[in-house]
Design a protein around this ligand. Structure first.
Ligand SMILES: [Zn+2]
Length: 229
């Protein structure tokens, strides 16, 4: 088993650390020793009522929520997420998902989760980007935990409308109208983990969770990076 896992890492981990893109990663990790010790891990999976969970208070019923890193402008996490989103470096998404799952496995965070759903992007965006970065993160988490991920249950069938001068409620409703649920029987009464790359305003995740909560599923949220408040 250990050897198999090692082979898996070798097959999908990049040659260089995904954070600095300079040094060699430590065995079984996507980060070099230096980056791993310097990266702003939140450890929210070990903290009840953490910042990400509090974000949803008064808005949505969420079972658990966490983020892997804090995100600050001009720092290495931002650079890494930028490369994942805009520089066609999809391997970063899968590597971060794998690392995220290893971190989450230190706690009971994933214990009750039945399936993983990434936040979708519009097909035209997916076409130019070649992938949905959140789906790659979800795939990485799925590889380690063995919990299935589904990219086509929650889909974005319309582009996001212009959101200027609208109230938050209107923005959420507009975003909900861009999303659609397929195969709802797969999520009915299940524990679903929603995965996204970055939590900024949180409007997209809120819209997605609001839509999914109509199917009587329990929702948890895992994002790779959250802004430092
Ligand atoms: Zn590094």
């Amino acid at each position: 088993m250990i050897r198999k896992l090692g082979e898996l890492f070798n097959a999908i981990y990049p040659e260089l650390c995904v954070a600095c893109d300079e040094r060699y990663p430590v065995d079984g990790s996507c980060f070099c020793f230096h980056c791993h010790s310097e990266l702003p891990f939140t450890n929210f999976h070990l903290e009840h009522d953490n910042v990400v969970e509090k974000y949803f208070w008064g808005r949505l019923m969420i079972e658990k929520a966490t983020a892997l890193f804090y995100f600050q402008k001009g720092e290495v996490v931002q650079e890494m997420m930028h490369r994942l989103k805009y520089k066609n470096e999809g391997f970063i998404g899968k590597s971060l998902g794998i690392h995220f799952a290893q971190v989450l496995n230190e706690s009971d965070f994933m214990d009750e989760i039945d399936l993983i759903i990434p936040i979708p992007i519009h097909p035209s965006k997916r076409k130019t980007r070649n992938y949905n970065q959140s789906a790659l993160i979800a795939e990485g988490i799925s590889l380690i935990t063995g919990i299935p991920f589904y990219e086509n249950i929650l889909v974005k069938h319309r582009k996001s409308p212009s959101q200027t001068l609208k109230s938050r409620e209107e923005r959420i409703l507009n975003l909900m109208n861009t999303l659609k649920v397929n195969q709802s029987d797969l999520i009915q009464d299940r524990n679903v983990l929603i995965v996204d790359d970055i939590l900024t305003t949180g409007a997209t995740i809120e819209a997605a969770c609001s839509l999914l909560s109509g199917y009587n599923c329990k929702l948890s949220v895992a994002v790779v990076a959250v802004g430092k408040y």
